[in-house]
Design a protein. Sequence first.
Length: 94
Amino acid sequence: MAEATRAAVERLGENVLDRTSFVPLYYQLQELLKEQIESGVWRPGEAIPSEPELARSFGVSRVVVRQALAILSDDHQIVRVQGRGTFVAEPKLD
């Protein structure tokens, strides 16, 4: 994993999910990831950390990570390629 990506994962881990909140963990996680993408931590076409890495960083299950990534994929924020990884999508030019 590239050093920049490793640093981003470490910074992400500092953002703690609120387990006492009524907001589901997967939604909190997708909001944090969306903020990272929009702030330019990951550029378009760049790989984001794998499901297991994200799960370890946030102390959640892979199911929670998958749900968060599914929302981002539905919103066209990321592109998931089986066997290759998850990448930041190119911004839409609307």
